[in-house]
Design a protein around this ligand. Structure first.
Ligand code: ADP
Ligand code: MG
Length: 690
C-alpha cells in the first residue's frame, strides 16, 4: 500500500484526539480506512427551496439569514434547546437544535447559512436538528445543497466531521491502484476504482453513486470467490483424518435413542459418516430448520469417531448454547463418550468442574472425546490428541478459519480434521449454489413426528390485553414465556434500554404476579447464565431479552414467544425466534406485537409468518418483500463479511464466481495479475484479522 494511504486521519485539521478515538471505533484510522468506510446512504439535498414552499415531512435545504438565535433549557430536563429564525426573500422558518448550545456562538444573527433537514410541525413549522453551513464567506457548500453522504457515527462524531475526513481522504484517492484486470472492467463496463470510491462518497448524481456501488460490490464478491476458490483448491490437495465407519457402534447408538431418527436425519448421518471415511477433507453443510434435530446427527458421528479414537470439537456461538449442548450431550450420551465444555468461564469434564490446566491436559491426552466450546477453544494453548471432526454450529463462515485454528498434537500427520457446519438459517438453493457451489449439503427437511405447529398471531392495535391474558393462562399452567425486544437506538447496542422498558411495563402492569427475568448484553456472562438457568429450571415464568435467545436454546416447557416490535426483525430471524417454542409436547404460540402502525410491506411480511412455518419459503419471501441487505437479519447474516454486497445481488455474485473460476483455472497463483494478487492478499488479512 502506498505510504500516503497509511497517513492517519488523526492528523487532519479539525479531528483531534477524541474524534480520532471515535473514528477508530468505526475502524477509521488511516486514509485508506476512510476511503473504504462508505456512507450507508446519500441524501439528495441538491435543491434549496423557497421557505414559503416548505411543507411538513419534507427533507429540504434552505438558504437564508439568521435573524434571531437563542438557547433555553427544556422544563424538567437538563437538555439545552437552541432556537433560531432563518429568513429568505419568500419568508421565514424556525430551526430547532437539541444539545447544541454552542450554535449561538457559530450562527450569530446576520450570518448567511444553508440549512438542510427535515420539516416538522410538532412545535410549529420548523426544521429539527438541521445540518448547517455558514455560506456568507463565500465558501463552496459542502454539507448542504447537494447530494450528501450519511455515515455511521460513534461517540462525539458528527456528519460534518465524518464528511470532512472523507473529503480530506479523497484527495489521496489517486494512490489507490486499479487492481481489477482491465479486461473485466471493459467487459462489464465498470467504473475505475478511483472514480468509484470518489463517487461513493460525494456522487455527482445518484446514478453515479449506484454505478460506483455496483463496481465495488463486484470487487467484494470477486475477492470472496477468489479466496474461497483458492482455499477449496488447497483443501483438495490436503489429506484428512480417515475416520472409519463403525456400523456396529452406530447401530447401537441409534437404537438406544429415546426416539426414532427421521429419514432426513438418517440420510444426513450416513452421508457424513461416508465423507469422514475418506482421505479427502469433508466440507459439509447440514441445514435444517430449528427443531429438525441437527444436534443428534452431530452426536452420532462424534460417537462413531470416538470408537476409533478420534476426538470431536463442537463450536457454538454463545456460552449459553455451548452449555446447553454440553448438558444435553452428556445426559444423552455420557456413558458412551466423555463430554467436555470449554469456554471462557466454564470448564467441565462430564458434570465435574475442572481447572483450565486439567481441561487442557484432558484434551491433549485424549481423555475428552467430545468437547463443546466457544471461541476459547480456538486459542493457541488448546491442543488435541487426535482431532477428527470439527462441528461449527449455527453460523455461516463455514469454518475455514476454525479448521486452521484448531490444533492437533500430531500436527497434520493425522490429516486435517473434517468439517461439518450446521445452520438453521435457510439459504435459498439458488444462492447457496453460486456462493458455495462445491460445498456438500445435507438437508433436514423433515420434523420429528409429533411436533405441533406453532399458532402465530399478529396482534392488532389495542388487542394486547387478550394476548396478555393468554400469556397469563399459560403461565398459570406452569408453562413459560419468552419475550424478545428489538434494539431500537444505535446507542443502545446492548439492548439495555429496550429490555428495561418492556420489563418495567410488564412487571408493573399485566404480569405483576409473575416471576420475570431480564437478559441483555450488558449483563455479565455469569449473570446471564444464572437467569437462563433459572428459566430452564422453571424458577422464572418469563424471560425478557434481546435476541440472545435466538440461537439454539432449548426450553421444551416454553410455549409462548412474544415478539415486541416484530416489524423491526427480518423474516428469517422471526422464524428463528419462533422456533424457540414448540419444542415440547405442548401447543405453542407466537405473538407478533408491532411497535406502531405497519407499512403495507411490513404487514405482508408478518402475514407470511402467520401463514407459513417453512423456513425456505419464508427466506424467499423475505428476499422478495424486503429487498437487499437484510435478508438474514443482522446477527446471523452470512453476509456480514460483505460491507456492500447483499443477498439480492445474485447476478453479480454469479458473475464474480465465473470470473474467479476462470482466473484460478488459468493461473492458480494469479501471478499474471500482480495487482489482483496483491489486493487478494490484503483482503485475506482483512478477513483474517477481523
Ligand atoms: P436443532 O436442529 O434446532 O438444533 P435440536 O438438535 O436442538 O434441533 O433438536 C430439537 C429437539 O428435538 C431436541 O430436544 C431433540 O432431542 C429432539 N429430537 C431430535 N431428533 C428427534 C427425533 N427424530 N424424534 C424426536 N425428537 C427428536
Ligand atoms: Mg441447534
Amino acid at each position: 500500500m502506498e505510504e500516503v494511504l497509511k497517513k492517519e486521519v488523526r492528523f487532519f485539521k479539525g479531528v483531534g484526539a477524541i474524534k480520532a478515538r471515535d473514528l477508530r471505533r468505526l475502524g477509521v484510522e488511516t486514509v485508506n480506512d476512510a476511503l473504504f468506510a462508505f456512507p450507508f446512504r446519500h441524501d439528495d439535498l441538491s435543491n434549496a427551496i423557497d421557505i414559503e414552499k416548505i411543507k411538513p415531512g419534507q427533507k429540504v435545504t434552505v438558504r437564508g439569514t439568521i435573524t434571531v438565535i437563542n438557547n433555553h433549557r427544556a422544563k424538567n430536563r437538563r437538555m439545552v434547546i437552541t432556537e433560531a429564525i432563518i429568513e429568505d426573500e419568500s419568508g421565514s422558518i424556525k430551526a430547532v437544535w437539541f444539545h447544541q448550545g454552542f450554535l449561538t456562538k457559530v450562527l450569530k444573527p446576520g450570518t448567511v447559512v444553508s440549512l438542510a433537514g427535515k420539516v416538522d410541525d410538532r412545535y410549529g413549522l420548523s426544521l429539527v436538528n438541521p445540518v448547517y453551513e455558514v455560506i456568507s464567506k463565500n465558501i463552496a457548500t459542502k454539507h448542504t445543497g447537494r447530494i450528501v453522504p450519511v455515515y455511521r457515527l460513534a461517540g462525539a462524531l458528527t456528519q460534518k466531521v465524518r464528511r470532512l475526513v472523507a473529503e480530506e481522504s479523497i484527495k489521496y484517492v489517486g494512490a489507490i491502484e486499479e487492481w481489477l484486470p482491465q479486461e473485466i472492467i471493459d467487459h462489464e463496463k465498470f467504473v475505475e476504482v478511483q472514480e468509484a470510491i470518489s463517487q461513493m462518497h460525494f456522487p455527482e448524481s445518484l446514478e453515479k453513486a449506484s454505478e460506483a456501488l455496483e463496481r465495488l460490490k463486484f470487487d467484494e464478491f470477486f475477492l470472496h470467490q477468489l479466496l474461497h476458490g483458492k482455499a477449496r483448491r488447497e483443501l483438495q490437495t490436503q489429506k484428512a483424518s480417515m475416520v472409519p465407519f463403525n456400523e456396529v457402534v452406530v447401530k447401537e447408538v441409534v437404537k438406544e435413542l429415546p426416539f426414532k431418527l427421521t429419514n432426513a436425519q438418517k440420510k444426513a448421518t450416513f452421508a457424513i459418516l461416508k465423507d469422514m471415511q475418506r482421505e479427502k477433507p469433508m466440507n459439509r453443510l447440514l441445514e435444517g430448520d430449528v427443531g429438525t434435530g441437527k444436534t443428534v446427527v452431530a452426536a452420532v458421528v462424534a460417537i462413531n469417531a470416538k470408537a476409533s479414537g478420534w476426538q470431536t470439537a463442537i463450536l457454538a456461538p454463545t456460552e449459553i448454547l455451548a452449555d446447553q449442548h454440553a448438558h444435553t450431550l452428556h445426559r444423552m450420551f455420557g456413558d458412551r463418550v466423555t463430554v467436555g465444555i470449554y469456554t471462557r468461564t466454564k470448564r467441565r469434564v462430564g458434570e465435574k468442574e475442572v481447572t483450565k490446566k486439567q481441561m487442557l491436559d484432558a484434551l491433549r491426552n485424549g481423555k475428552i472425546d467430545l468437547v463443546v466450546g466457544t471461541h476459547a477453544l480456538l486459542s493457541d494453548d488448546v491442543i488435541f490428541n487426535a482431532l477428527g471432526l470439527i462441528v461449527v454450529d449455527e453460523q455461516h463462515r463455514f469454518g475455514v478459519k476454525q479448521r486452521k485454528a484448531l490444533k492437533d498434537r500430531e500436527g497434520d500427520a493425522n490429516g486435517i480434521p473434517h468439517l461439518l457446519s450446521m445452520t438453521a438459517t435457510p439459504i435459498p438453493r439458488s444462492l447457496a449454489l453460486v456462493l458455495y457451489g462445491d460445498l456438500d449439503r445435507s438437508l433436514l427437511n423433515e420434523y420429528p413426528v409429533g411436533r405441533k405447529s406453532i399458532n402465530t398471531f399478529l396482534i392488532q392495535e389495542n388487542k394486547e390485553d387478550d394476548f396478555y391474558q393468554k400469556m397469563r393462562d399459560e403461565m398459570d399452567k406452569k408453562r413459560q414465556v419468552f419475550v424478545v425486544c428489538p434494539i431500537i437506538e444505535e446507542s443502545d447496542a446492548l439492548g439495555v434500554n429496550s429490555v428495561n422498558e418492556v420489563y418495567n411495563n410488564f412487571v408493573q402492569g399485566p404480569f405483576a404476579d409473575y416471576r420475570l427475568g431480564m437478559l441483555h448484553g450488558k449483563l455479565k456472562t455469569q449473570e446471564k447464565d444464572e437467569i437462563m438457568e433459572r428459566f430452564v429450571n422453571g424458577d422464572l415464568d418469563m424471560v425478557i431479552s434481546t435476541t440472545v435467545v435466538e440461537v439454539g436454546v432449548d426450553v421444551p416447557n416454553a410455549t409462548v414467544m412474544f415478539i415486541e416490535g416484530a416489524e423491526r426483525f427480518g423474516l428469517a430471524q422471526l422464524h428463528q425466534l419462533r422456533g424457540r417454542v414448540g419444542r415440547g409436547e405442548f401447543q405453542s404460540f407466537c405473538f407478533l406485537h408491532p411497535s406502531g402502525e405497519l407499512s403495507p410491506l411490513a404487514k405482508q411480511r408478518l402475514s407470511a409468518l402467520v401463514k407459513s412455518q417453512d423456513g425456505f419459503y419464508l427466506a424467499d419471501q423475505d428476499l422478495k418483500l424486503r429487498g437487499p441487505g437484510n435478508i438474514f437479519g443482522t446477527e446471523q447474516s452470512g453476509f456480514e463479511q460483505f460491507k456492500l454486497g447483499s443477498f439480492a445481488d445474485i447476478d453479480l455474485i454469479s458473475s464474480a464466481r465465473d470470473y474467479a473460476k476462470d482466473y484460478l483455472d488459468e493461473d492458480p497463483e494469479l501471478d499474471t495479475w500482480p495487482q489482483l494478487k496483491k489486493r487478494l492478499l490484503e483482503y485475506y488479512e482483512e478477513v483474517h484479522f477481523e
